[in-house]
Write a protein that binds this ligand. Structure first.
Ligand code: ZN
Length: 616
């Protein structure tokens, strides 16, 4: 019964035990037994809830206070909001914050308490014994333990691994051993149990023996089949291992949307996927575009309960079967290798091209293909002896922060960009990195002249993980975030609950330019042959002062411009004329109105038949 929740807490000095079964809440106190409906137990009025919700958003957007007096007020607010969200989460089973946001609030409180220990009180949410949210989920035992893997780092390690397999399985020199090499996804591990062809249970890896049950979340993931015909293969009950991941481009898009809505950004695809498995809201799992790759059959029994795993004879065959049954497997990336040299070539080849891969991978996994040889190799208590992980080189580097430049976006948001001493990271030279917003700089205490640690934790976009204050020599300067727009000097504003400072001047030149660049781009009006550099050039020439100028260009003048000609000017004219036929929703979206994203534009466009309808 997945709705069941037990909570103990102290209120007015008596102990309550609350148990939630379906929509009923059983409440037991030291005085009496009661059965209440959910609605009878509203601890907060809707007005109080709105206030607490707004307060939470405000807390999420602000940095931690730096004087004791202000910290005290902030701690009090954090107490109130966290207790409220615990109630939504545990009692109503209906969270209004994402796990990520909740964790951010919790971490803020922890940070403040660490800084001002005398402000830590016994009733602080951080002092609750059962503060680990995961304890709330039922634990389930895996049918077979999910073990870790031994690690290797270079070709020599892989040759040693091959020699070891030879010894364990008593295979002579000269007889080649087949291996299967697969990508090692960096996400959240999960185990899926199917019984009588139906998805019966899903769980996180947990400690390897027991994981958190999360069947509802798995059901919301479209890549997890609810039904799979294992019975065709004589299998009644089966346990699969897999990894939940989010594609990089989908992750970036999700963060773009969050940024546009003024929400906190997800840190990276891995945490977002792993967190999505464990969230209490299955819809949230679905929204995160999590995909599950399946890579191992851990357990399989027939009607009589007998182990039928070895009937498949090789690992590769078991993966083929899973693919045939509709599971997502990394087909193109998986290679059946004839010998260890092929393994080495394939693995090193992947290390070189990992950046272009749509998913985060931190290495490759090498498995002995023959299940009979696997069995002869056996296991240590920690990992199977017949498999090994090959870890790609770390993607971290330190460099010096030289300067910060400020860029104005299309809706006026000011983005600080760090200019760093050029440094090579995983094959790419990095000279500038986004610092996102003012809070990012103050939260991480990043100062001009600091040595900073840069990471590409799978993310395509590098980011500053932290500054290294222990390397400061006193010449570093605290960053003074501008108070005025660097383009038009208007005083910057920050809306409540938003992380970004914005230039409120709609006619700000820098903003207008960014809006025009977006307007012509693919996701907006999609004007072929008119990219960023052409917009910038025409803007410089004074031809594009405002957005409508795009539709009033003088093509004769363009034709005589360097790099153009009659034909390309005519082509541009054609593209622009074609763009005029775009549906209204595209036009709305292309105007870069704050909060008017793709979705809202579509909704709005559905309500209007003519562009003039929008005037009302
Ligand atoms: Zn401005």
């Amino acid at each position: 019964m997945k709705n069941q929740r037990n909570i103990f807490f102290l209120e007015n000095n008596f102990i309550l035990l609350i148990k939630k079964v379906n929509n009923f809440i059983y409440l037991r106190s030291s005085y009496t037994d009661l059965i209440l409906k959910k609605t009878c137990l509203m601890k907060y009025t809707s007005q109080q809830q709105r206030t607490l919700f707004d307060l939470s958003k405000q807390l999420l957007s602000e940095g931690t206070r730096t004087t004791e007096e202000l910290a005290k007020i902030q701690i009090q607010s954090l107490h109130e909001t966290i207790i409220y969200h615990d109630w939504r989460y545990y009692i109503l089973n209906d969270a209004v914050l994402t796990d990520f946001e909740y964790d951010s609030l919790y971490k803020k409180l922890e940070a403040l308490e660490a800084k001002y220990p005398n402000l830590k009180t016994a009733d602080s949410p951080t002092q609750r014994v059962s503060s680990d949210l995961s304890e709330d989920s039922p634990r389930v035992e895996h049918l077979t333990p999910m073990l870790s893997l031994g690690n290797s780092y270079n070709a020599e390690d892989l040759n040693d691994f091959d020699a070891q397999i030879r010894k364990l399985a008593m295979i002579e020199e000269g007889v080649e051993i087949e291996y299967v090499v697969e990508p090692k996804f960096d996400g959240g591990s999960l185990a899926l149990v199917y019984e009588n062809d139906l998805l019966a249970r899903a769980a996180t890896r947990g400690d390897g023996q027991k994981g958190e049950e999360m069947t509802a979340n798995a059901r919301s993931m479209k890549s997890v089949p609810l039904r799979a015909g294992f019975s065709k293969y004589g299998i009644r009950k089966v346990e699969l291992r897999g990894e939940a991941v989010i594609r990089r481009d989908r992750f970036d898009k999700m963060n773009e949307d969050r940024e546009a809505q003024g929400l906190n950004l997800f840190a990276n695809p891995r945490n977002t996927a792993a967190g999505g498995l464990r969230t209490k809201d299955a819809n949230e799992t679905g929204k995160r575009h999590i995909e599950a790759f399946v890579y191992q059959l851990g357990y399989a029994t027939n009607e009589a309960g007998e182990n039928v795993l070895d009937k498949l004879t090789t690992h590769y065959k078991s993966i083929e079967m899973l693919s045939n049954l509709g599971f997502k497997i990394p087909q193109k990336e998986t290679k059946l290798c004839k010998n260890i040299q092929e393994v080495i070539d394939w693995t090193l080849g992947w290390e070189a091209k990992r950046e272009g891969y749509p998913y985060e991978i931190d290495g490759m996994v090498i498995k002995v293909n023959s299940l009979a040889i696997q069995e002869r190799c056996g296991y240590t208590s920690h990992h199977p002896r017949w498999a090994i992980a090959f870890k790609f080189k770390a993607k971290q580097a330190t460099t010096k922060l030289l300067n910060i430049e400020y860029q104005i976006g299309k809706i006026g948001s000011l983005t600080p960009v760090a200019k760093v001493e050029p440094v090579e990271l995983a094959g790419v030279t990095i000279g500038s990195i986004s610092l996102h917003n003012a809070d990012f700089i103050s939260d991480k205490d990043i100062r001009l002249g600091d040595t900073v640690l840069i990471e590409r934790a799978g993310d395509v976009i590098p980011y500053i993980a932290k500054s290294l204050p222990e390397l400061r020599d006193g010449s570093e300067k605290v960053v003074k975030f501008p108070t005025n727009c660097p383009s038009c000097t208007t005083a910057l504003e920050r809306a409540e609950g938003e992380a970004a400072w914005r230039c409120p001047n709609y006619n700000c030149e820098a903003q207008v330019l960014q809006r025009m660049i977006f307007h012509v781009s693919k996701p907006a009006m999609n004007i072929d042959g008119m990219g960023k550099s052409i917009v910038e050039k025409f803007h410089e020439l004074g031809w594009l002062k405002f957005l409508p100028d795009i539709y009033n260009l003088d093509y004769e003048k363009i034709a005589v411009q360097e790099g153009f000609g009659k034909r390309s000017a005519a082509n541009l004219q054609k593209s622009i004329e074609k763009a005029k036929q775009n549906p209204i929703k595209r036009l709305l979206h292309s105007l870069s109105v704050h909060h008017l994203g793709k979705k809202v534009s579509s909704l709005l466009a559905a309500e209007v038949e003519h562009i003039l309808d929008l005037a009302h």
